[in-house]
Design a protein. Sequence first.
Length: 426
Amino acid sequence: MRSDTLHVLRQRDFALLWWGGLVSFLGNWTLRVALPVTVLELTGSTAALAATTAAGLLPALLIGPLVGVYVDRWDRKRVMVVGNLVQAAVLAPLLLVDSASEVWIVVVVALVSAGVSPFCQIAENALLPRLVPRRHLLTANSLNAVNNNLARFVGPVLGGTLAVTVGLPGVVVLDAATYLVAAGFAALVSGGHRPAGVASAAAGPVRRVAREMREGFSTIVSDGPLRVVFGMVVLIGLGEGVMATVFVVFVEQEIAGGAAAYGWLVAAQAVGGVCGGLAGGRFAARFSERHILGFGLVALGCCDLFTFNYPQWYSHVWPGLAAMIVVGLPSALSQAALTTVVQTRTPDRLRGRVFAVRGAVMAGFMIVGTGLAAASQSHLDVVTVLSLQALTPIAAGSAALVLLRTTGHPEQPSPIASPERVARRD
């Protein structure tokens, strides 16, 4: 592991966030697998499964920008502490689910939990540039990709095992415990982290909220690199929506794989993501965010094209496993680079709103991509649909290389490191 990576991990406040994120994501992935398994076992209904999935996506689209307003008003550390505690409490009703007539509880919990989750995610993205120096920001975001992918690798296996052995209640207790641990880690982060120059009121009239939301949107519209990045997010969201809808169909039809093969392919990408995250420090020392983002997305699209087309000549799963490991590398690096560009282009006091809009745009176009994939099934075969999907990261990466000429921002506040500089602004 490169010394830059170790140096970032040794920074106390970042390490606290990193470990908290790892534990929380592990619980999330465990429940993410156990919930649909339980819903399907209790109801046998794909409609109930679809309702649960939709409930997890809609809040980011509908209330994300509003969440960003409040994240920019409040202390980001406190938002993460309270948000994790609330998410732990929200899971409690799932302990009552024991029959098909109670599945509505799952949908409601998924909806409420997805409404609280953006507070933590947006607050963490907004807080990170205050904890690490600018030169280590890409490395820090790459390390976050490591814990996300570690959880993605271990969580589904753990969730499936627990769902079979102890049932949904055991998974719920585990996930709630991970939220409590994450809240504890966040509480230990030094000092207060409320953006400078923000009024002390925790809430305000409708006009004030609308004005602050417009300020976030105008920041994106008025900044050239941010406009490019958000155009890329549109393309990435479309592709992710298509992929999430028909990749499992591809596995079943083209490589004669079932649930086990699908699980191994998802896990293989997580392995590549861990490797890519660990390599982030090395890449950050040699290349700009623009090149990592652009070439990473182009490489991702090219790997996807290979993955979706090789079964025409050799319909076995192992080349797909190798390709998915390779895909994980540019996927993790480009995701970290994109997050870094948004962080560095956006002033601290607006960062929550800008990240909230990014989440809403991604969720919205994932839903559009899902609809396009479903509509195309009667006209195109699955390989053609996924091959077209692979062009979206290639187009997004090309846009980064051609249009994204600068990634820095005049306002680059130093990370808070001393008691005097972390004094609360209450």
